[in-house]
Design a binder for this molecule. Sequence first.
Ligand code: FPP
Length: 267
Amino acid sequence: MNLEKVINDKNTNLLKRIDKQKVPEHVAIIMDGNGRWATKKGLPRSFGHNKGVNVLKEILKASKKLGCKVLTVYAFSTENWTRPTKEVDFLINLFNEVLRNEIKEIHQESIRIKFIGDLTPFPENLKNTIYSSESLTKNNKNFLLNVCVNYGGRQEIVKVAKELALKSSSGEIKPSEVNEELFNSELLTRGIKDPELLIRTSGEKRISNFLLWQLAYSEIYISEVLWPDFNEHEFLKAVIDYQSRNRRFGGIESLPNESFKDSRCSS
Ligand code: FPP
């Protein structure tokens, strides 16, 4: 039996269950489990990261094909610096290599790539590759790929608070003018709609300092699959699950007013 055909048939069946009108515009992903995947196979952790890159390429294609507009992935957190130097160096080289190899195709696909996070501590060669990739793709309109590197949600919020405090002390804004909209306008993700869906792989049920502000009302989907084993099929399952959610944003489904009764009243 042709394996590719079996996979395609399985995905086609899932695709039929997806409401094309309700596809999440922005999906955020915590790509977790590369190290465990490799260790389980008796391989060095770097093999997991290498395989993880192929999965990211597959999910980028799948999300674009489905009609999503933005994909934001957590590639390196502010906490990842505590890993052994060899692994940190490997990841930095991998980002540089992947970006250099893939940027042509990314651009041909009219994908804009943006890096979110503090790039200061990265080596000059990676920073240059990042700046040239961002500049090459800056006018691409089909799709936006945000790659979070040396990113931390708390650090981002503190940075915004500092900016607003500075603007307030210089008289540019009044403290009373600080609101969600103004706060949003200082975030690293300014101008980008909040993610409707957050996917985390490897079964961990944590946000891990990722997009703390932006994920306030996102639906969270935890996949038990380790990132290197994640694929289009698992992605479609996440979208189907998302579409089954009842998104109320803290409200309730519309009910006639008289259906509410104060339970403390006897009558
Ligand atoms: C988490 O697995 C994964 C990472 C910290 C790195 C993710 C990076 C990639 C998939 C490469 C992306 C490349 C580009 C250019 C964006 P882990 O190491 O925390 O796994 P573990 O929890 O099993 O140890």
